[in-house]
Design a protein around this ligand. Structure first.
Ligand SMILES: Nc1ncnc2c1ncn2[C@@H]1O[C@H](COP(=O)(O)OP(=O)(O)OP(=O)(O)O)[C@@H](O)[C@H]1O
Ligand SMILES: Cc1cn([C@H]2C[C@H](O)[C@@H](COP(=O)(O)O)O2)c(=O)[nH]c1=O
Length: 208
């Protein structure tokens, strides 16, 4: 595949969407072929799965069901959108990917990174990002941002307690330590402009 696959990860309210939107604008200004997308979602079937997973009323959802739904949405999104875009030579910027499942379902839900990794190996069939930016923020800071923001609906995962979100952050940092070849930590507690500049600089490195 001739394109470039870049993913953005981080706990709730890390500022991923805000900064991603700015990066896309900047790269489009440079006339680069950009596809911006997100997980779970990005295409109709995966957006439908997203609404089932994140629906606050689905309190009975089993943790393994949750992990399988994320993996199913991921598979469909890859096949319908990400892989064709990469084959066409695009730069694909994706808000969340498999590291989210490892951190949220593997570690915070307690299913195990290895187990969640296995079902995702089946879903992604070898497709991995060349670069993953980890927007690191303490959960209390990220959650406060979400609750202050009027337009963002609070979803089923946001409602987990602080210790869940602390496990997510810890798991991400562990993943970054173990995957230094592709993961870069961005200090997402800085002011937005600094976060944007740091993220853009990392992307410029892989663009060459
Ligand atoms: N560096 C920053 N400092 C302060 N506030 C910020 C910063 N970056 C983003 N925000 C604000 O925090 C809120 C959450 O940002 P955003 O939706 O981009 O985060 P996110 O990582 O996509 O969150 P989630 O994954 O939980 O949906 C928004 O109101 C946004 O304006
Ligand atoms: C891909 C993926 C996501 N999640 C969680 C993380 C968030 O709580 C929501 C997605 O909401 P966002 O506003 O788009 O960030 O889903 C997860 O637990 N596992 C995953 O694989």
């Amino acid at each position: 595949m001739s394109g470039l696959f870049i993913t953005i990860e981080g706990p709730e309210g890390a500022g991923k969407t805000t900064v991603l939107d700015r990066i896309v604008k900047e790269l489009e200004r440079r006339k680069l072929p950009i596809i911006q997308t997100r997980e779970p979602g990005g295409i109709a079937i995966a957006e439908q799965i997203r609404s089932v997973i994140l629906n606050k009323e689905n309190t009975a959802m089993d943790a393994r069901t949750e992990a399988l739904l994320y993996a199913a949405a991921r598979r469909q999104h890859l096949v319908e959108k990400v892989i064709p875009a990469l084959q066409a030579g695009a730069i694909v910027l994706c808000d969340r990917f498999v590291d989210s499942s490892l951190a949220y379902q593997g570690e915070a839900r307690g299913l195990g990174m290895h187990e969640v990794g296995s079902i995702n190996d089946f879903a992604i069939d070898g497709v991995m990002p060349s670069l993953t930016l980890l927007f690191d923020v303490r959960p209390e800071v990220g959650l406060a941002r979400i609750h202050q923001h009027d337009g963002r609906e609070v979803n089923r995962l946001d409602l987990e307690d602080l210790s869940f979100h602390e496990k997510v952050r810890k798991a991400y940092l562990k993943l970054a330590e173990a995957n230094k070849n592709r993961m870069v930590i961005i200090d997402a507690e800085q002011e937005e402009e600094r976060v944007f500049q740091d993220a853009l600089a990392e992307i410029e490195k892989v663009l060459g």
